[in-house]
Ligand binder design. Structure first.
Ligand SMILES: N[C@@H](CCC(=O)N[C@@H](CS)C(=O)NCC(=O)O)C(=O)O
Length: 221
């Protein structure tokens, strides 16, 4: 199988985390360079975004959550969803809240901060959404060893890239205190760094961020 991915892309990182935990044989391929992804990539994925999984039989699968479910069915070990339906719903809900109410508003805020004419009302609205999302995540998190307790799950694959992006985000926007009200979420970095698959993703994102920042500097020079 092949995965179109970039090291720093949070959505690609979610899929890499799942694949690494499950030891899925995967060839990583970068889409053509450039931001946004060049139009030529539409030939691979009509929606022109990553991650894109190409299965062994050549099927194209997009959307991180759909790829996650596919990998879970195809590679059931280790299981990243619990046996019980209610518990499965709780894990999926945690992953969706992380995606839609934490990662998405944070990515939006990155964009909103770096435009010449800032839309302060929109920034405020996105911060409100982000704080509600973080509060919901914090309330559901365990104190380890994994995001939701004893077993590694989808929750950890979503949480690792999301938590990673906050380090740069809170520095860039000058809000080092941003996670003070969310101690379990803040401390998740240590959980990720102690797990071989999650720390591999964390390291790839770290390298990706270094390259991204140096390209930004070169562009500004
Ligand atoms: N809902 C999609 C979101 C994917 C997404 O937004 N990917 C970003 C990179 S993290 C992307 O490809 N953006 C287009 C671009 O960079 O040109 C998913 O879960 O896979």
């Amino acid at each position: 199988m092949k995965l179109y991915s970039r090291p720093l892309s949070p959505y690609s990182s979610i899929v890499r985390a799942l694949a690494y935990i499950k030891n899925v044989p995967l060839k990583l391929i970068a889409p053509p360079p450039g931001f946004p992804i060049p139009e030529a990539f539409r030939a691979i994925s009509p929606l022109n975004r990553i991650p894109v999984l190409i299965t062994g039989s050549g099927e194209t699968i997009v959307e991180s959550v759909v790829i996650a479910e596919y990998l879970e069915e195809r590679f059931p070990e280790p299981a990243l969803l619990p046996n019980d339906s209610k518990d499965r719903a709780l894990v999926r809900m945690f992953a969706r809240i992380t995606d839609l109410d934490v990662l998405a508003p944070m990515m939006k805020l990155f964009e909103l901060y770096f435009v010449p004419q800032r839309n302060e009302a929109e920034i405020k609205a996105q911060f409100t959404r982000l704080h509600h999302g973080l509060a919901a995540i914090e309330a559901r998190m365990a104190h380890g060893p994994f995001a939701l307790g004893d077993d590694i799950s989808f929750a950890d694959a979503w949480l690792t890239p999301t938590r990673f992006v906050f380090n740069n985000f809170r520095t860039t926007i000058g809000r080092p205190d941003l996670l003070d009200a969310y101690p379990k979420f803040d401390a998740y970095e240590q959980i990720a760094l102690q797990h071989p698959a999650l720390s591999r993703v964390w390291g790839e994102m770290t390298d990706g961020l270094k390259i991204f920042l140096s390209e930004l500097e070169m562009g500004a020079a």
